[in-house]
Design a protein around this ligand. Structure first.
Ligand SMILES: NC(=O)c1ccc[n+]([C@@H]2O[C@H](COP(=O)([O-])OP(=O)(O)OC[C@H]3O[C@@H](n4cnc5c(N)ncnc54)[C@H](OP(=O)(O)O)[C@@H]3O)[C@@H](O)[C@H]2O)c1
Length: 258
C-alpha cells in the first residue's frame, strides 16, 4: 500500500510527505520537478524509510491519471491514501490574465483532483483508506483579483464534502484541508508581490501539514489550520457580499506584482 502525495516537490506537499513517511507510510511522490522529488525521496530513505516511488508528471495534462496508475501498477503498488495537494493560483483580473494559465488552474485544481480521486477510489474503498484534498480558506469567499483560483477551491470543498457523505459507513474518510497564507512557493508562482496578505507572517508548511495529517487520520471532514484562519472561516458567512466583494478586490489589487 502507498500514500500518493501530489505536489510533493515543495511546500505543503513535501511536508505532508515527510509527515506520512515519519508515520510509517510508503509513498508515491508526484509533481513536475523530478529532481526535487528525487531529493525528497533520498531524504526519506536516509531517514530509514523505504525509498518513495518518484513519479514526475504534469497533472494538468489529461492523461496524467492513467500515467500515474500505470507507474503504480508497474511498481506493484496500490494506494490506500490519496493526498490531492498540487495546486496553484494566479493574481490578476480574470480579463487581463493569460487565458491558458487560468484554464490550467481549472485543469490542475479541479480536473486532476477529481480525476485522481475517481480513478483511485475503488482501491481506496477496498483498503478502507483515506482521501485528503487541499483547498484553502479562499474556498469560502469569492476572490476578485484571483477569481478562478478562489472558485476552484470552492469546488474542492463542495466535491469533498459531498464525497465524504456518500462514503459514510464505508470506513473511507474524505478530509478537506483549508490553509490560509502559508510560507511556500505559492505566492511567487501566483505573482503576488506585496500588500496585507504578503505582510502577514503566515503559517509554516510543516504546521499546515501536521494539522492536515492529524485531521485526515481522525477522519475529520474539514481542517482549517491556525486560529486566525478558523476565525476568518467562521465570520465570512455573515459578511454581506456588498462589503466583502469590494474589500477583497482592494486586498487582491494591493498584493499583485506591478
Ligand atoms: N501557500 C499558501 O498560502 C496556500 C494557501 C491555501 C492553500 N494552498 C494550497 O496548498 C496546495 C500546495 O501549495 P503550496 O502552498 O505548497 O505551493 P507550492 O510550494 O507552489 O507547491 C505546489 C506544488 O504543486 C506542484 N504542481 C504545480 N503544478 C503542477 C502540475 N501541473 N502538475 C503536478 N504538480 C504540480 C508543484 O510542483 P512542480 O512545480 O514540481 O510541478 C509543487 O510541488 C495548493 O493546492 C494550494 O492551492 C496554499
Amino acid at each position: 500500500m502507498v500514500a500518493i502525495v501530489t505536489g510533493a516537490s515543495g511546500g505543503i506537499g513535501a511536508d505532508l510527505a515527510r509527515v506520512l513517511a515519519r508515520e510509517g507510510r510508503d509513498l508515491a511522490l508526484v509533481a513536475r520537478d523530478g529532481a526535487r522529488l528525487a531529493a525528497l525521496a533520498g531524504e526519506i530513505e536516509r531517514g530509514g524509510r523505504p525509498r518513495p516511488l518518484v513519479v514526475p508528471l504534469d497533472l494538468a495534462r489529461p492523461d496524467a491519471g492513467e500515467k500515474l496508475a500505470g507507474e503504480l501498477a508497474a511498481a506493484g503498488a496500490s494506494p490506500d491514501i490519496l493526498v490531492n495537494n498540487a495546486g496553484f493560483g494566479l493574481a490578476g483580473l480574470a480579463g487581463d490574465l493569460d487565458r491558458a494559465g487560468q484554464i490550467e488552474i481549472v485543469d490542475l485544481n479541479i480536473r486532476a483532483l477529481t480525476g485522481l480521486t475517481l480513478r483511485f477510489l475503488p482501491e481506496i474503498v477496498a483498503a478502507r483508506g483515506r482521501v485528503l484534498n487541499v483547498a484553502s480558506v479562499a474556498a469560502f469567499l469569492p476572490g476578485p483579483g484571483m477569481a478562478v483560483y478562489y472558485a476552484s477551491k470552492a469546488f474542492v470543498v463542495s466535491f469533498s464534502d459531498a464525497l465524504s457523505a456518500e462514503l459514510a459507513g464505508t470506513g473511507v474518510t474524505v478530509t478537506t484541508l483549508c490553509p490560509g497564507v502559508t510560507r511556500t512557493g505559492f505566492q511567487a508562482r501566483a505573482g503576488v508581490a506585496g500588500g496585507l496578505l504578503k505582510a502577514l507572517p503566515g503559517m509554516s508548511a510543516m504546521a499546515v501539514a501536521e494539522a492536515g495529517y492529524r485531521g485526515m487520520m481522525a477522519g475529520r471532514r474539514r481542517v482549517v489550520p491556525g486560529l486566525t484562519n478558523k476565525l476568518l472561516v467562521a465570520i465570512l458567512p455573515f459578511v454581506p457580499g456588498a462589503i466583502l466583494l469590494p474589500l477583497m478586490a482592494r486586498v487582491q489589487a494591493r498584493r499583485r506584482a506591478p
